[in-house]
Design a protein around this ligand. Structure first.
Ligand code: HEM
Length: 506
């Protein structure tokens, strides 16, 4: 009996294995055929060949730098990656056309929502049409209110005074007294800071990532992983590749599923806690949304995740770019210090909204750093119908159209021959900050879908700079080369931003 049993189990396993293998093989073959037919591998143009063979890596560190090079050399400021059916543009007229004039023809589209659907669900970032309109209206009402803006400033100032400044002082002392060889990863500190802020502001809960022990947060780590792996999905030559892996639950897709489940469990726990604590009198964003969305927990989960994505990495990324540029430009740093001294006086208490508004040079410096290091380096839409862009480019129904703020910030045609220099003065007229055309500078996008957190983000960034620059000299250490970016939905410096911190004696 024992022999029979042991004999029949392998044969069943063999049959099941064979069926599974056959199914996988046929499915993969079928997907490969679709992939080949959609990829147009017969396109032998120089750009497609360079992309497919990855030979751009011989000359460029980052894919975005190669695109910038191609866009700079294109007379219309537009290029095509035929194998990906992607039209990439740095032409401000095209940008205006896509994000404003023909907004209805350029939704995010199904390919995008499928790519990020597992993470973002039906959250504002991932939907078009009525669902987007509803969330946009609700979110802009909340984010525009005076109460929520004051709550945001209060939250930012509290995190700066009680955690960021003491931590930087501690690290400066460690570096200068105990271990002169240690460096601090400023990017890590800024990401922890942003995570605490966005959680407090959005959900009224404090993850404490910036406590002196710099604790590990499962939610923050899982969130990083979901952002990285979701972005890597888009780097596959065909969506069929990640879809097959997801179907089989293997490799990066298995890891993504596990990380998303950590994020979802945490989001559900946050919603549950909020409900138990009562939300009617609370000031955080989630409590305010709960008043309108009632018991739809899946919808609330998607809103929670979208706001985590919106507010966390973008602000940290913007600040990392800013401090990396400031470290190489002591002249700009000195002018910022003079302005802070003038507006805040020698005591340098936390600035008010009005004082922040008076800091024209600081505002210019932050806009200038976001020009060179935009946290969202590119953004894609998908054409609903055939169209022609203002520069004459033909777009076919279903094609992807990408505008590229990173490349646009580095175009001589847009910013002049000194476009690669960090020059806040280009934003000032008679000492006052002047806003640029948003289609020339779509760092926060533009048109009906412009970033809803723009003012909050700028206020947050200015508050951090106003707190750190007068108190510390922050100098980037290591070789002086251009940053390498890590894959992710927002730009992150690979290897962080290693700095030395010296506390100034006031
Ligand atoms: C420097 C910081 C930031 C930058 C550069 C930035 C940039 C952007 C960009 C480019 C988009 C369009 C993305 C797309 O369509 O896929 C966007 C959308 C959005 N942002 Fe921001 N963002 C920043 C900070 C924030 C913050 C702090 C919040 C919230 C507290 C926020 C909330 C949103 C929301 C809700 C949307 C979706 C708008 C819509 O689809 O209608 N952002 N942001």
């Amino acid at each position: 009996m024992a022999f029979e049993a042991s004999n029949s189990i392998p044969s069943m396993a063999t049959t099941t294995g064979f069926l599974f293998f056959s199914f996988t093989f046929i499915f993969s073959l079928f997907s490969l055929l679709i992939f080949i037919s959609r990829m147009k591998p017969w396109c032998n143009c120089h750009t497609c060949r360079t992309f497919l063979t990855m030979s751009w890596t011989q000359r460029f560190t980052n894919l975005c730098d190669w695109y910038t090079h191609l866009l700079r050399n294109s007379p219309s400021g537009t290029i095509h990656l035929h194998v990906l059916q992607n039209t990439i543009t740095s032409n401000p007229d095209n940008v205006e056309h896509i994000v404003k004039t023909r907004f209805d023809n350029y939704p995010k589209g199904k390919p995008f929502s499928t790519l990020l659907g597992d993470l973002l669900g039906q959250g504002i970032f991932n939907v078009d049409g009525d669902s987007w309109k509803f969330q946009r209206k609700m979110a802009s009402l909340e984010l525009g209110s005076v109460a929520i803006r004051s709550y945001a400033l209060e939250t930012v100032m509290d995190e700066i005074q009680t955690r960021l400044i003491p931590l930087m002082s501690l690290k400066a002392r460690d570096q200068n007294e105990t271990d002169k060889n240690t460096v601090l990863d400023l990017q890590d500190i800024l990401r922890r800071f942003s995570f605490d802020i966005i959680c407090k502001f959005s959900f009224g809960l404090d993850p404490g990532c910036l406590l002196p022990s710099l604790p590990v947060s499962n939610l923050a780590d899982a969130f990083d992983l979901t952002s990285k792996l979701s972005a890597e999905r888009a780097m596959n030559a065909s969506p069929m590749i990640w879809k097959i892996k997801r179907f089989l639950n293997i490799g990066s897709e298995k890891k993504l599923r596990e990380a998303i489940s950590v994020v979802s469990d945490s989001a559900n726990e946050i919603i549950k806690q909020r409900r138990e604590m009562g939300f009617a009198t609370r000031k955080d964003l989630l409590s305010r949304f709960m008043g309108s969305v009632n018991n739809d927990d899946i919808y609330l989960r998607d809103i929670v995740v979208s706001f985590l994505l919106a507010g966390r990495d973008t602000i940290a990324s913007g600040l990392t770019g800013f401090f990396s540029l400031l470290s190489k430009n002591p002249r700009v740093e000195e002018i910022i210090r003079e302005e802070l001294n003038r507006v805040l006086g020698p005591v340098q208490e936390s600035p008010t909204f009005e004082q922040i508004r008076q800091m024209h040079y600081l505002n210019a410096a932050i806009h200038e750093s976001l020009r060179l290091f935009p946290p969202v380096q590119f953004d894609s839409k998908h054409a609903e119908e055939d169209d022609v862009l203002p520069d004459g480019t033909i777009v076919k129904k279903g094609n992807r159209v990408t505008y590229h703020p990173y490349a646009m910030g580095r175009m001589e045609k847009i910013w002049g021959p000194d476009c690669l220099e960090f020059k806040p003065e280009r934003w000032l007229k008679d000492g006052l900050f002047v806003q640029e055309d948003p289609f020339k500078y779509p760092v926060f996008q533009a048109g009906p879908r412009i970033c809803l957190g723009k003012d909050l983000a700028l206020m947050n960034m200015k508050s951090v700079v106003a707190a750190l620059v007068p108190r510390f000299d922050i100098r980037v250490v290591g070789p002086n080369h251009e940053p390498r970016f890590a894959p992710g939905l927002t730009a992150t410096f690979r290897g962080g931003l290693p700095v030395k911190v010296i506390e100034k004696r006031c």
